[in-house]
Ligand binder design. Structure first.
Ligand SMILES: Cc1ncc(COP(=O)(O)O)c(C=O)c1O
Length: 453
């Protein structure tokens, strides 16, 4: 086949070079013919700076990972020290201080309930590990028939083939459907489903009835149920009552099913407590962490599990051990970044400070609730969201991209999920930045609606 002539690209044109050489995630690359791609040159605090010196407030924490700002001096110092000490070693047959200390500190943070930490590098892998561990633990106990999983309607747990099996977002799943081993999908506890006179707790109760009916019929075949406690983030920041998570724990105990809490997005203080499960007053059998745990610095994920689960693998027979590995399992730099992140939580009393900042941001966003095109202005901890009411389906389809573009023009990095606008800022915004974020979010919304008219 004859090659068409490719026009040359200037060496300093990083955007054009990126669009030729880099396959960007979760992206229809053709949309970048019109959509701007930000050539990020550096980050400082809550701000990203492009190569021309324009700044953007990272109001979604770079896909929910960056808790304490870019180039955080304390995380940087810890990493520089670790770099000169030990950058990496395998974790099979070896161990090192950052991995041990991190496992011990997370154990303590779960009220000494989840005593064993298994390390991986990304959220989807953590989910797959929890699913495999659950199945294998049941098999080791003589329940080899427990091979099925349950997820909640609209859940998102990652995009590898196994994680897609417990994900219920059509956009990510449909194209790969023939490859997927599907989980049971139970009713959503999304508080927005409340009918007249119902509370969020009523919606949760209805959803739990659905889980009970499934367990009644099939619990002997079901290994685990997986849930994003309190907020289904990728579903469009769908929030539910904490009683749903407590109810799941009770049903899992009653019917002999493992409970997996995917705290990849909602852990590390996002919902107001360090772990979202704390607000339900329960602990799962497996808890998946990633994203914010390394402060947004390095790929790291962790599956915490109960000692009873660990005990089911402890045996002379290798095949009864948990058979899973990643080359970078427990990378010392990533673990050290996580330790520095945990240090910041204690030294700066972050959860209390976040409560104050979130109250300020909530007050500044409150006028949106009166807007004729806004529904369901909601908040959980440091997550804020509202649904834009766009009548024209064509305008609704392009809302997210147009909002993103309008936000950039106002120095904000915001990417709505469909027609849901959300903020998930880093924990370090000062009063001025909080006010700027709220005012420009409102302004961006107004400008995006005005285009539609
Ligand atoms: C709740 C939840 N689980 C799993 C994942 C997957 O994590 P990763 O993108 O690191 O694979 C995400 C990512 O957004 C998530 O929000």
């Amino acid at each position: 086949m004859e090659k068409s002539a490719v026009p040359p690209v200037a060496p300093e044109d990083w955007v054009a070079r990126s669009l030729r050489a880099v396959w960007h995630p979760c992206t229809q690359m053709k949309h970048h013919e019109r959509l701007p791609l930000i050539p990020v040159a550096r980050g400082q605090g809550a701000w990203l700076f492009d190569r021309a010196g324009h700044r953007y407030l990272d109001a979604i924490s770079s896909w929910w990972v960056n808790l304490f700002g870019h180039a955080n001096p304390r995380i940087n110092a810890a990493l520089k020290d670790q770099l000169d000490t030990l950058e990496h070693t395998m974790l099979a047959g070896c161990t090192h201080e950052p991995a041990v200390e991190l496992a011990e500190r997370l154990h303590a943070l779960t009220g000494n309930t989840l005593g064993h930490a298994f390390f991986a590098s990304d959220g989807a892998s953590a989910v797959e590990i929890a699913l495999k561990m659950s199945f294998h633990s049941w098999r080791n106990r003589g329940y080899a028939d427990k091979q099925e999983f349950v997820c909640i309607a609209n859940s998102y747990h990652g995009e590898t083939i196994g994680a897609l099996g417990v994900t219920d977002v059509a956009l990510f799943k449909d194209a790969y459907d023939p490859l997927i081993r599907h989980a049971h999908v139970v009713a959503s506890p999304d508080a927005r489903l409340a009918q007249a006179g119902e509370t969020a707790a009523d919606v949760a109760r209805r959803a739990l009835d659905n889980v009970r009916a499934l367990f009644e019929a099939r619990a002997n075949r079901i290994a685990a149920l997986i849930v994003e406690p309190l907020v289904q983030c990728a579903a469009g920041m769908a929030m539910h009552d904490a009683s749903f998570v407590a109810g799941l724990r009770a049903l899992c105990d009653q019917y002999g099913v493992h409970l997996i809490a995917d705290e990849i997005a909602v852990g590390c203080g996002r919902t107001g407590t360090f772990f979202a499960c704390e607000q339900a007053g329960v602990w799962p059998d497996f808890l998946c962490l990633s994203k914010g745990i390394s402060g947004g610095y390095l790929p790291l994920s962790i599956v915490l599990s109960r000692d009873e689960i660990f005990a089911t693998f402890y045996h002379d027979d290798t095949a009864r051990g948990f058979l899973h590995s990643h080359s970078y399992t427990g990378n010392p730099l990533a673990c050290r970044a996580a330790l520095a992140t945990l240090d910041l939580f204690t030294s700066d009393d972050v959860l209390a400070a976040n409560a104050r900042k979130s109250a300020t941001l909530a007050a500044a966003l409150a006028p949106l609730a009166e807007h004729a095109h806004v529904r369901n202005l909601r908040q959980r901890g440091t997550i804020f969201a509202f649904d834009a009411m766009i009548d024209d389906p064509e305008q609704a389809k392009t809302f997210s991209r147009r909002f993103f573009d309008n936000a950039l023009q106002r120095e904000l990095l915001l990417r709505p999920i469909g027609t849901t606008v959300y903020l998930m800022p880093p924990y370090i915004l000062d009063d001025e930045e909080l006010a700027l974020l709220a005012a420009r979010t409102r302004d961006t919304f107004g400008a995006t609606l005005a285009e539609a008219r």
